[in-house]
Write a protein that binds this ligand. Structure first.
Ligand SMILES: Nc1ncnc2c1ncn2[C@@H]1O[C@H](COP(=O)(O)OP(=O)(O)OP(=O)(O)O)[C@@H](O)[C@H]1O
Ligand SMILES: [Mg+2]
Length: 146
């Protein structure tokens, strides 16, 4: 199943992300891919907005792993967000507890997950962002057929 959106602004990308967040099931692991500056972190911001997460102190761009506490219909939810851009090896990835964290979050999001094909089968949905002009982005949401 593939769904495609065109976004003309950062705000619109966040809106699309909030709508996408509403469709997710507990336990899903989401891959976020796209070139530098394509809007992965902006998309993630929309997700955290949907779950009413408090603003995080550290920018995901400069950290490997963030945990966001949020809520959905009065229940607390925990979102895990990885950015694997600076991870050099599978060994390093294992050392930060990647697998374990993926399995315990309400939802987990992974930027640059495509750098580690060994884990490709873990993702229940993949979101890719592509440049379609200065301020426009094509957002492609794919669910693998299982
Ligand atoms: N339609 C759009 N959707 C999302 N971001 C946009 C859009 N138009 C312009 N931008 C800008 O593009 C940039 C996207 O940055 P962002 O940090 O989200 O990228 P990223 O994919 O996470 O990059 P990195 O791989 O470096 O982490 C922001 O500066 C944002 O304001
Ligand atoms: Mg980013």
């Amino acid at each position: 199943m593939t769904e495609e959106h065109l976004s003309y602004s950062e705000q619109e990308t966040r809106q699309i992300a909030r709508q996408f967040a509403a469709s997710l099931q507990p336990g899903e692991i989401i891959s976020l891919s796209g070139q530098l500056g394509s809007g992965k972190t902006v998309f993630m911001k929309g997700i955290t907005e949907f779950f009413n997460c408090a603003e995080q102190l550290s920018s995901p761009t400069f950290s490997l792993f963030n945990i966001y506490q949020g809520s959905l219909e009065c229940e607390e939810v925990t979102l895990h967000h990885f950015d694997l851009y600076r991870i050099e090896s599978l060994r390093e990835l294992e050392a930060i507890g990647f697998d374990e964290y993926l399995s315990i979050g309400y939802l987990s999001f992974v930027e640059w997950g495509e750098r580690f094909p060994d884990y490709a089968s873990l993702y229940t949905v993949s979101v890719s962002l592509e440049y379609a002009g200065d301020e426009s982005r094509r957002i492609i949401i794919k669910r693998p057929v299982r």
